[in-house]
Design a protein around this ligand. Sequence first.
Ligand SMILES: NC(=O)c1ccc[n+]([C@@H]2O[C@H](COP(=O)([O-])OP(=O)(O)OC[C@H]3O[C@@H](n4cnc5c(N)ncnc54)[C@H](OP(=O)(O)O)[C@@H]3O)[C@@H](O)[C@H]2O)c1
Length: 434
Amino acid sequence: MRTIHVAVAGLGHVGRETVRLLLSNRERFRARLGADIELAAVADRDAAREAKALGLPPSVLRLRDPLKLATTPGIDIVVEVLGGIDAPKALALASLKGGRHLVTANKRLLSHCWEELRRAANKGSSRMYFEASVAGGIPVLQALDNSFAANRIEAVYGILNGTTNYILSSLEHSGPNATMATALKEAQAAGFAEKDPTMDLSGQDSAQKVSVLAALLTGRALPPSKIACRGITGIEREDIDFALGTLSRTPRLLGVLRLDWGKKVRLEAHVFPTLVPLEHPLAAVRRQYNAVMVKASHADDLMFYGKGAGPGPTASAVVGDIFMLCRDILGSAPARTQTPATVELIPVSESVSPYYLRLFAQDKPGVLAKITASLGRRGISISTIHQSDVPAKDGVPVVLTTHPAALGSFEGALREILALGSVSRRHTVLRMLA
Ligand SMILES: NC(=O)c1ccc[n+]([C@@H]2O[C@H](COP(=O)([O-])OP(=O)(O)OC[C@H]3O[C@@H](n4cnc5c(N)ncnc54)[C@H](OP(=O)(O)O)[C@@H]3O)[C@@H](O)[C@H]2O)c1
């Protein structure tokens, strides 16, 4: 019986669970593959201690330096679950160039180094699988890559970050004292948010995932720096209450990738907090859960839902990749070839959406007229307008929703409105899912 040798770099949350799943499923995998998947080596700064805690047999090589896995004889598949970028990049490039297949959960590595990884994989005729890098345990990348082979993928969008979803959804029906800060603390206490949540709250984590999705679908790198990105920190409790009570909507941080396939692929890619109608399936995605909507040319609309992080879901995706790679190896499938598409990124200023705008204006004649005139001059028509008669610190709250408008026009009008002496700088802008 053939044996496929696997090495795991990084014995942290995901690495330890990956090792446990590999060992506990060995018999099942043997039965399904007609081959043995053997854990041959592990690498971690604390490899000896972690290996002992995991009860690994002495035959499993323990290394402190992950890069050594790329040259250890006999390894077929290298699993990179180190996190960070420098050590993972060195390991991934050396492994791929040397003809080893790679499994990684590292969205940061993939989104920043896609071209180099692709070239290294071509050089070594190696494969690279990265299911866990987007939406953790949800098997959406394998589906996009394989199950939709007969389709053009027209859009992939959804809730790609569990921390922000936990915060936004927990504020939906919470007590009057709940704020973004208290919801974040709760998420951190429950283990769903990192100590430093900047990447999550700023939307950058979601942008990296949109970047990975774009690379998978087009074969071309789309660096996160090119993806327009707004986080959730500007949203106030009042916005959520108003959206729920008056607009029958709720905010979700949505990563969006739209693809218009022609001679070149025109891409729209961004991350924005977005008001979703309560009857939309994304509104039912709460707490740390993720959901990815796919629009495919023939399969039409689909939704993938599940846990986007955590050792169990993430390791499940990593081991799924290992299993698929074993099938490829045993079936002698040729290395995946993908001719990178010619891609044009549509400027985000051209992206069209209805908008929600909450402003604070002085309660005097003519102010509303100036606000609506600024929007009107750019051809933006107002859908609803609500003015509260309860003044707040910065003036009277005014909430406008618009019909679909290009972001550039909307932002131009907004700049003009915020420059009015009678309007406070304090404001909230949200997209609205059409
Ligand atoms: N955790 C999740 O829910 C989740 C979900 C999706 C994707 N991911 C991705 O999975 C990867 C791993 O995440 P994790 O949560 O398992 O991280 P983690 O708990 O920090 O584990 C990483 C392990 O790798 C070790 N390590 C890192 N760099 C090393 C180096 N240069 N040499 C030797 N050892 C090194 C770390 O040792 P030290 O602690 O000593 O640094 C640690 O033991 C990341 O790319 C992450 O983005 C995680």
